[in-house]
Design a protein around this ligand. Sequence first.
Ligand code: NAG
Ligand code: NAG
Ligand code: NAG
Ligand code: NAG
Ligand code: NAG
Length: 368
Amino acid sequence: MSTRKAPSPTIPPTTMFSTFLTFILSVLLLQIPPSLGATYDVDVAPGDRPVFEPNTLAAEAGDVINFIFHGRNHTATQSTLDSPCTALSGGFDTGFVALAAGGSSPVIQYRVAHTDPVVFFSSLLDHCARGMTFTLNLRATPTSSSSLEDAYITPPPHHWNYATATVSHAASTWTTIYKSFDGIPPPVPSDVPGDHRILVGANNELEFSPSNISAAVGDTVTFEFRSGTHSVVQSDFLTPCQSLEDSSRTPGFSSGFRPTSASTTGFPQFQILINDTAPIWGFCGAPGHCGLGMVFSINAVESGPNNFSAFQGLARHINGSENDASVFTSSQTNTFGHPAQNNGGMERDMSERGMLWLGLLLAWFACC
Ligand SMILES: *[C@@H]1O[C@H](CO)[C@@H](O)[C@H](O)[C@H]1NC(C)=O
Ligand SMILES: *[C@@H]1O[C@H](CO)[C@@H](O)[C@H](O)[C@H]1NC(C)=O
Ligand SMILES: *[C@@H]1O[C@H](CO)[C@@H](O)[C@H](O)[C@H]1NC(C)=O
Ligand SMILES: *[C@@H]1O[C@H](CO)[C@@H](O)[C@H](O)[C@H]1NC(C)=O
Ligand SMILES: *[C@@H]1O[C@H](CO)[C@@H](O)[C@H](O)[C@H]1NC(C)=O
């Protein structure tokens, strides 16, 4: 209201024009992102662990990401959802950053240019293959937080103890002490070891098929990568989307990313040997896939609380759609099994700006 009174009819046109210019300039200044943008800190390899923390963020154009390098010699290198561990030509790359003398952590900034998904990885050794990625705006489309969330109850941890079994195999018999989870059979080797095949990303779906199997001691499980870029990483029941190594510093298997390409004959494979009947849990380490339920189990006890569907539910709960208000729905994944690019935020932004401009112009005409 007070601004309406400010320009009086006696003001000469030049002053009026400069008032208008000032007005427009201040509007333009308001539109310049740095004055509005948020700043986010992302720790690179804190405690020398091969992770970005947090490993995903939602940010607006103009926001700033501070990559803070804690570990020895990592990078933050831009890649793509299809090839998370390959540098995007012409993309952002900090190069190798080592701790400065005296141990202070160097900071390198990245300015967010849009709200489409952006992927980064560390190109140190095989850390990316082991899941060291950071994604911006991977999640999209805010939906109302569901009542499911309120109702969710985290399953209990595994209950286990040690058991003794007498095992006969071929000509020999021996006694073994093994870690026994409630409900699992003793670790008796199968007479004829078999191989179980699990397809990874068959039909461009973000799933393992079958996703839960039973296998005997001495059997092998062969993962066959059928589409896109996926990996097979061992995890733990209560931390479905974190490598065993990351969550509990216990070595676990990890295939690394195994991209399939149209030019190769045959599909990449990764095989593990089953050494006992304890449940084995795992996930796909490609950005976003685990939170969408891309997990598997071997020898899960289906009759108890630590069953496959509880594990998958936990993955979605911690890392996916049920965790926060912004999710990918399946309709937003394209045929390559990757979340579709989201321009919704940008469009909304542009139209809001348009309305702001229109409003300000109208206000100026009305008053002057
Ligand atoms: C960091 O790693 C890269 C690649 O392994 C190597 O070329 C470079 O010398 C390393 N720098 C330091 C300071 O260790
Ligand atoms: C899942 O969420 C946990 C906890 O926030 C995080 O440590 C982990 O890295 C996430 N996993 C993936 C694959 O994003
Ligand atoms: C079984 O034991 C072999 C040899 O020690 C090891 O390489 C393999 O990773 C183990 N399998 C699993 C599923 O841990
Ligand atoms: C599977 O696990 C969930 C969560 O722990 C539990 O509520 C459900 O009863 C279990 N299913 C069976 C068949 O025991
Ligand atoms: C796989 O999991 C589902 C849901 O928890 C269960 O009904 C099914 O029996 C499991 N299959 C095997 C082979 O364990």
